[in-house]
Ligand binder design. Sequence first.
Ligand code: NAD
Length: 478
Amino acid sequence: MSAYPEIRLYIGGHWRKTAETLPILNPADETVLGQCPVATTADLDDALEAAAKGFALWSRTSPHKRAAVLLKAAALMRERQEEIAQSITREHGKPIAQARLEVIRGCEFFEWDAGEATRIYGRVIPSEPGIRYIVHHQPIGTVAAFSPWNFPMSQPCRKIAGAIASGCSIIIKAAEETPAGAVHIANALHDAGLPPGVFNLVFGVPADISSYLIPRQPVRMVAFTGSTAVGKWLTERAARVMKPVLMELGGHAPVVVCDDVDPVEAARISVIRKSRNQGQVCTSPTRFFVMKDLYKSFCTEFVERAKAIRIGNGLDPETQMGPVANDRRLAALEVLTADARAKGAKVLTGGERVGNRGYFYPVTVLADLPDDARALTEEPFGPMALINPVNSLEEAIEKANSLPFGLAAYAFTHSARNVDLLTDGVECGNLSINTLEASVAETPFGGVKESGFGREGGAEGLHQYMIVKNVSHRLEMQ
Ligand code: NAD
């Protein structure tokens, strides 16, 4: 077992300790794993100054050189996969196999954006003789980024890759509860030869850091993944100084099970995905709308599969689902279950904390929920499935669209007509048919409505970090 890394700030190419720290807990046994530094305003001022110098250099570095650093860092992280995965499982709780996959996913974000860096094309607009209009895409400047605790490695990787590939510098505040992933990324970028100041890593009190960084120079943009409430708070602060935002926020993903599929197979796939990362995924399948003829068999299979999920310490290779990340999640799941039960929903399985040490909560299946059950409108962000019957695809689409969220949505169907209706009808950024995978590095990912603004990944991703500049060039002065 490799040691849990020492967590420090990384500013201007150097590691830095702080006087004040916060404890990092292992959610599987509530023991203290390490200490997370708390940046002072002096540390943040240094990060801002370093990022300004980093941008001056990096924005004038060729795309091929930027790509080479990202690819080298990704190769190093692939080599260090096991060490990184163990630290993620210890601080976050997820099963080690999932932590290993997360490391690879983070590398894929680096690798994809490295390729995209070399394909940032402008365009020439046809016009009259004697004048040329040329559209350029240029890096926006320094990015202030804030990444959450649910994917300690791949979440920061996504933002760092976009910023660095496009020629920006970045100051990222990664999650204090799960800081090791970002520290490993910093190590890899450092070892890959990224010039000082291009990438800076800080931790501390989230609201203090974001409110300090956002209005200051050289920050030109704010990127965040987390809850809709915090996203709105950050967007308001960015609006005051007219800085653009990239917001990847909450979801409450609907899953439509149409009547032309095998409900047993749909339930099997759904339970695996529901338990992934203990359900703490913004795209986690949560609101299941099942055609009424399949409802009973879908619920029966779902419950049997959910009961069979092996819960335990994520470092045990037999474990299929670890603890939820912190006591806030445990409390939130308990409240939503109690509310649904009191309002008449059926608790088909789960619904009670497992043990009293470590934040273990089983896959919990609530069925026949009344419309006023809080779980139907508040994102559970945990291993909770809500299953209700529907009479038609139109009814399912209406229910899917009934919330202010619109991130991921899913459907099981073999009918091209159904896919057409879903594609046109469901309000979301990512619709997946017959798979519960919502995004990969090569596809654009993001939300509509209160699930956010902007896209990460795909050909669209780098453009979030760039400005458009039109140059009108008349060959003779006029
Ligand atoms: P939270 O909204 O307080 O925190 C989420 C993340 O945002 C954390 O990493 C936190 O450090 C950061 N954060 C909080 N306030 C901030 C601020 N003022 N400035 C900058 N960063 C800030 O909630 P939580 O209790 O940690 O998590 C619960 C909720 O967060 C969930 O219900 C879920 O909706 C959401 N969440 C979403 C994602 C996602 O991938 N979209 C990831 C994690 C959490």
